[in-house]
Design a protein around this ligand. Structure first.
Ligand SMILES: C[S@@+](CC[C@H](N)C(=O)[O-])C[C@H]1O[C@@H](n2cnc3c(N)ncnc32)[C@H](O)[C@@H]1O
Length: 266
């Protein structure tokens, strides 16, 4: 489909080329720049919060790319229907396999390299930091946002789509989960965060939760900042932070703590 609806967010690629084609396509591409392609019934939900702060600036600066593809435009008939009743009966509607198939094939046209397709789904593997690290190393990702009762299962099987969940609860659509996934991934792309050290020290990077943070004023509502943090003694500060991280992880996330105690395989 040549007139397929899609919208690029962020900077346009304007590079010297003998082929002017790229300057007039709906989605000029920044070659080699990580890209998220979003299949959604609500393209206006993007970039949403991703257009703010560091992720928004990085999008403008061409450090990552976002393209939305409107599922409705692949709908069938005069009313561009995208859903139908569940086979076997039951409540709600299901996104049609033919509609999703055409949309996915359009999205994956010309895609190269390591480029997973993910369906945001409460049935999926729960998002975690290692998953985001892997996605940040990929060339890009195509995200399918479900609505209603979800999508026709055959689509997931046919395209080998991974299901990924934001958590053990049910939302009305996959768009918020998609934005969470993109936010957590994009901040791991080099230069998106000003200070690279901030991703090295934060929660989950070493398998531990982060220690508590404090800033001015030195005393607030009778609560002083712990003395050690004001001591200027770097060694003691580092030890205090490590102890706090371990204690927080042990008490709040015994699952993470237990995983750390197990000797690494091999
Ligand atoms: C109402 S939900 C469908 C729930 C589905 N009938 C079930 O019970 O598993 C509609 C859409 O929201 C999205 N969604 C809901 N909860 C989610 C979660 N925890 N993580 C990721 N996506 C979610 C999915 O894309 C899903 O297709």
């Amino acid at each position: 489909m040549t007139d397929a609806p899609q919208k690029s967010h962020g900077r346009k690629a304007i590079r010297p080329t003998l082929k002017p084609r790229e300057l007039i396509t709906a989605t000029p591409d920044l070659h080699g720049v990580w890209k998220a392609k979003i299949l959604t019934l609500f393209p206006s939900a993007f970039p949403g919060v991703l257009g703010e702060s560091l992720t928004g600036k990085a999008l403008q600066d061409g450090l990552w790319q976002l393209e939305t593809i409107d599922l409705r435009q692949f709908g069938v008939g005069k009313h561009r229907n995208v859903d139908d009743t569940p086979a076997g009966g039951g409540a709600g509607m299901v996104l049609r396999a033919d509609v999703l198939g055409n949309a996915i094939e359009h999205a994956m046209e010309g895609v190269r390299g390591n480029w997973p397709i993910i369906y945001l789904s409460p049935r999926g593997k729960r998002m975690d930091q290692p998953m985001m690290r892997n996605l940040a190393r990929a060339d890009g990702v195509t995200l399918l946002c479900g609505r209603f009762e979800g999508v026709d299962e055959r689509v997931l099987e046919h395209y080998g789509i991974q299901e990924v969940s934001l958590g053990d609860f049910v939302m009305t659509g996959g768009e918020i989960a998609a934005q969470a996934l993109i936010d957590a991934t994009v901040r791991l792309i080099p230069n998106v965060l000003g200070n690279a050290a901030s991703t090295e020290e934060e929660s989950f990077s070493s398998g531990l939760l982060e220690h508590p943070q404090y800033t001015r004023p030195a005393e607030w509502k009778g609560r002083p900042i712990p003395d050690v943090l004001m001591s200027g003694h770097h060694g003691k500060v580092a030890q205090w932070r490590q102890d706090q991280s371990e204690e927080l992880t042990r008490t709040r996330r015994p699952d993470l703590w237990d995983a750390l105690q197990k000797p690494a395989k091999d």
